[in-house]
Design a protein around this ligand. Structure first.
Ligand SMILES: [Zn+2]
Length: 500
């Protein structure tokens, strides 16, 4: 008999074995069961008796394995009850391709539990073909392809289903996909900011992390929010992963449809390291901002104001796309494959723009402010631009291109990159290692010459790699087969942004 318990962002299959032996009547649970699981025996007994079945007057042992996995919650109620009914021959034995998840009410009702989508994904991967859930959980579970989901409302109905006397509950298909792309605004509403608009198009096309430097109120947040509208919709696997994580965090209700748009997560700089990185409680992951942003965008406004542990904690996700959270005797790997948009004021007071007349910060204070972002973090940020406040003339200009128009170009550029990287372990230019680009994917002769001249004037190797990655994205956006002189020149202009 198989059940599933939440563990990290996925579920872990738990084998439930029920042994009924002669002896003094008792019910024992073996296998690192938390109180909530140990109490399942009493819920199961009441549910079985109140549904008209028999609870034997025997020595009952309920074994849960793997034994070293801490088990918590009420999701094992159902497999425990079904295991008892099978062990006492009240129903036929079941194959290992059937799994159950659900909480039992004392009256035999089968209630929804959290984390069913993640559990269903794990069950399907584990070879389960029939997944039996509470009717309240069935919409989530039915999103997983290759899994027959049977929804039931009470134990009596479940037994009828197992005896082929009932087909379970009819459940509507998932509601139409959720599309909150418009909620964050459209690029047609942006006046001026030509450089930033273009930089964000390049960032979207190549998957590049991006930093925006500019005085308070210049429009950094407004631009970052609209960046999401340039990104393609999530594929099915990404949508399942994103929805699982957001359901686990309680950000969407059980039964909510799949999230199809890349998430946009913008934590305030006062966020704690725990909320930024996530935590583990009773074996269950509480996703942090880095994980909630996975497959989407993480926007850090006033980035130098974040606590150092928050900024340091981003190194591993930026390198590996995931994050290891350690608790006593247990490591949970959380996904954290986000695109970073980082914004900063030019100095602590925010006024060091142009000639910086209004700035009241000392030289050392100013240096320390941006230095908080230096090193390994900034190495990962290909595109770095400075924003200037749009002039009155800009603000009188007609509306710019809509997000849809730009997103089309982004999609075509990404397609070109996908084709080029077909046989590689990455598919976005931003993920291409510099060594591979330098040895096998150089720009044309003129572009290469320009890059070498920049190197001889002090462009360091990491900076040179970033230029090369951007140049490829610029070539993809123009449907060119190789970066040329112009692409390298443009990439060179987008790499400093006040940070070096
Ligand atoms: Zn200042």
């Amino acid at each position: 008999m198989w059940g599933v318990v939440p563990a990290g962002i996925s579920g872990v299959m738990v084998k439930v074995e029920v042994d009924v032996a002669r002896g003094l009547p008792s019910v024992g649970v073996v296998g690192l069961a938390h109180t909530s699981v140990a109490e399942a025996r009493w819920r199961a007994r009441s549910a079985i008796v109140n549904s008209g079945f028999t609870w034997p007057n025997s020595r009952i042992t309920i074994g849960l394995s793997p034994a070293d996995l801490p088990k918590t919650g009420t999701s094992l109620d159902l497999p425990i009850a079904v295991g008892l009914l099978a062990a006492t021959s009240q129903i036929a034995k079941l194959g290992s391709n059937v799994s159950f998840i659900g909480e039992l009410g004392l009256d035999g009702a089968i209630k929804p539990v959290p984390g069913v989508l993640a559990a269903a994904i794990s069950a399907q991967r584990h070879g389960v073909s029939t997944f039996i859930v509470s009717a309240g959980n069935s919409r989530e579970a039915r999103e997983v392809e290759g899994l027959e989901v049977i929804a039931v409302t009470n134990l009596r109905q479940l037994i009828a289903v197992l005896r082929n006397e009932d087909a379970g509950e009819e459940v509507d298909q998932f509601p139409a996909m959720i599309d909150d792309a418009n909620a964050l605004g459209d690029f047609s509403e942006v006046r001026g900011h030509d450089v930033a608009r273009f930089a964000l198009e390049v960032a979207a096309a190549g998957g590049h992390h991006c930093s925006l430097l500019g005085e308070p109120g210049v429009g950094k947040t407004m631009l970052a929010q609209r960046f999401v509208s340039l990104l393609p919709e999530l594929n099915q696997q990404q949508a399942l992963d994103v929805t699982s994580v957001h359901a686990l965090a309680g950000r969407i209700e059980s039964g909510h449809g799949l999230l199809r748009r890349p998430p946009f997560i913008a934590p305030h700089h006062s966020i704690s390291a725990g909320a930024m990185l996530g935590s583990v409680r009773n074996g269950v992951l509480l996703p942090g901002a880095l994980t909630l942003a996975s497959e989407g965008v993480l926007f850090l406004d006033e980035a130098p104001e974040f606590d150092r542990p928050c900024l340091e904690g981003m190194r591993q996700p930026l390198e590996q796309g995931s994050l290891a959270l350690m608790r006593v005797g247990q490591t949970v790997i959380a996904p954290a494959r986000f695109q970073l948009i980082l914004a900063a004021n030019p100095c602590p007071c925010g006024q060091a723009i142009g000639r910086g007349d209004g700035c009241t910060c000392g030289a050392q204070q100013k240096r320390r402010y941006l230095q908080k972002l230096s090193g390994p973090l900034m190495d990962r940020i290909d595109i770095r631009i400075s924003l200037t406040r749009p002039t009155d003339a800009h603000l009188r200009m007609s509306a710019g291109e809509s997000s849809d128009v730009i997103a089309q170009r982004v999609l075509l550029a990404r397609d070109r990159a996908h084709v080029r990287w077909t046989n590689e372990s990455w598919n976005l230019n931003a993920q291409a290692p510099g060594s591979v680009l330098r040895s096998s994917y150089p720009p044309d002769a003129a572009g290469q010459g320009l890059l070498e001249r920049a190197e001889s004037r002090g462009l360091n190797p990491r900076g040179s790699d970033r230029v090369l990655r951007m140049a490829w994205t610029l070539a993809d956006l123009e449907a060119q087969d190789q970066p040329n002189n112009d692409h390298v020149a443009t990439a060179l202009s987008m790499r400093g942004g006040g940070f070096e």
